[in-house]
Write a protein of this length. Sequence first.
Length: 576
Amino acid sequence: MTEPNRSGEPDAGSALDVVAKSSAWQGFLSGASVIATSLLLEIVSKLLESWVGESQVLSSLSYWLSRIAALVVLAAAGYVLWRRLAAVRDRARAERRLRLMAELIPPGPRTELGDETEPVAPQVDSSLDGNMVAAILRDLPFRRYEAAALYEMVTAVLAARRRVPDLERPRQERATAAVLDELRAAGVLDFGRQDRRVLVRVPEIPAPDTVRVSLEWEAALPALLRHHADRATRWAAALDSPSLASGARRWFEQEQTYLRELIIRTAEHRADFGPSDDTTAAPRAVLDAAVPELVRIAEALDLWSARDDHPDANTPVFRAISELTSPGRYPVEHELARIRSGRVPHRSEISWLHPYKAALVARADIHRALALASGRATRRRSRAAAWLLERAWRRLPRKDVAGEVAALIDLGLVYVREGRLEAARERLDAARSLADSGRDPAGAAHAIESLGVLWWARGERRRALRSWQRALGRYHDLDHHRGVARCLQHLGSAMVVAPEYGGQLLPEAFDADEVRAQAAGWLAEAERLRGHSLDHATPACLATHYRDRARAALPERPLPAEIDRWPVSAPADRHA
């Protein structure tokens, strides 16, 4: 295993390595280079043919030079074809994102109605005996159902027997809407908040053992989870759409608790749905069909938590996923869930021949590196974190643009803390170049924000302020509250310590006291966006620290509790 570089300087080849993983072929296989190389080889081959006469050695050399020229042309053609296919894949990916976001209707701001109470246990009503749909609702581990998800689940239950040939069909085909109306009329379901239906009454018969061996039971849970997985996946894609980002944020704020509840309760009752711990046993169809949908929901929640800056909120979710996925049946899902829940395996049990092996090892390296970087800062820990992040970036697949961008940004910030500013700039420039393709708008904003930290460390304060202005504008477009909060903290703290640069951020000329007062308002807004009160006393909170410094500089002036004037927008150009 290669050890991390022990010297204080960047590796000699780092500037070349960071450009792109495949850039070594780009110059060689460019059109002019290919033509020149092929012509040169062919000319040398012909000259040798005219000079060699009967020489066996030179004749053989001439023969192979001609073949090498042909191979160069074929390699160039293959590279061009590969690039064309990559462009087609990118267009297909963009079209898929558009389809995912089509017909999404953003929810409005949430009306505060107080905390929703947990539904009480439903009453047993013997008049409902024999109602299979009500019995399935009774045995599922949920008490609240979204109306649209309930409709799809009941549709799947009613169609379960029709999909299996040679089974006795129901005597009377019933429509889903009619069945739901009957359930409401019989008092099985009641109306809850936000298009929810609450389970109120249940039958005693059929018994749970009878229900759990039925075809209807096997169809119910996968259909319910598939609806929520589709919705969560589409709204997760909308987080990076300027036109839908606000709606996506509100949707996740309203639905995240319910989605986590779906996963956790399914795991708690997994014995009702799936296999035992014996990984050699064939799984029951219901859990086998449900696990992929649960993983999709967890992936969407992971994307949202990264945006909301609360990754620990999903720790119980990924622990539940790791319990639902046995290492023998779902090795990739199980290991990835363990990594995301903070239980990084000492070594991966997946073979290097597996296509996802490198990506999983990279994720584990990133987790270990961030744990090192977040602890007590020492030179040894920083070196180890940088080495792990560099290795993780090289192992991540090229299609994982967001993963590559995040790894490069983390690596750049580690280098900034070490004082290796040139190495940090190379990584952050590479991160911005990757993200600016449009496939990771939030990553592009984060790269520009991080470049601002670099410029400030280099003493280029105007350039740092300009970077934070531009990042603030991009975060605003994405309704990225945490990103906006960070940029306001950067700009506010900068104005507290260097108010002479206030003319770059405020539309009118102010004196130093007014600049500090405006900066205090930006810091207050940063705290509000994080959900903090202005009077909280957290030593590690930089916004509070710099508000205290502004208060000390303005002892006779009350500090604003909100923004009076936002920082002026920066002109858009390519260089931050």
